[in-house]
Design a protein around this ligand. Sequence first.
Ligand SMILES: Nc1ncnc2c1ncn2[C@@H]1O[C@H](COP(=O)(O)OP(=O)(O)OP(=O)(O)O)[C@@H](O)[C@H]1O
Length: 140
Amino acid sequence: MEQTLAILKPDCVRRGLIGEVIRRIEAAGFRIRAMKMVHLTKKEAEGFYAVHRGRPFFEELTTFMSSGPCVPMVLEKENAVADFRALIGATDPAEAAEGTIRREFAESKGQNIVHGSDSVENARIEIHFFFPSIELVDRR
Ligand SMILES: Nc1ncnc2c1ncn2[C@@H]1O[C@H](COP(=O)(O)OP(=O)(O)OP(=O)(O)O)[C@@H](O)[C@H]1O
């Protein structure tokens, strides 16, 4: 069974959308394996998004991600990584498909409600970042 790392970003928490977004995630067949609320420091946000260091939006992104609490969670499902990316939609809500979480709730490319790992390999790295002691094994 595949796992992916999702984050309900600070805008999701601030706008009171945690419940609504989790409802959609569960309705789409994902099982929540781990979840917590954390307020990242700027340094931690820079560590999580290290691959984007040097990109023009890096400063805005890491300032936003450390601006308030967020909710990282480990989601499990067949084909979890790709299916979760499909459920959340394109990075820019204006380009996200009808019915996706970002299309429905996100206000901008920067504040886009939710994060989802973009590959199985990155999912492993990102899960370890937030849940270093979680067992990454098949537990059906
Ligand atoms: N042009 C931009 N301006 C502001 N923020 C941006 C921009 N491009 C990307 N971001 C932010 O950086 C995050 C990571 O960018 P990336 O291109 O990896 O998008 P993504 O894979 O859809 O998003 P995520 O990694 O959060 O799931 C985006 O979710 C978004 O919040």
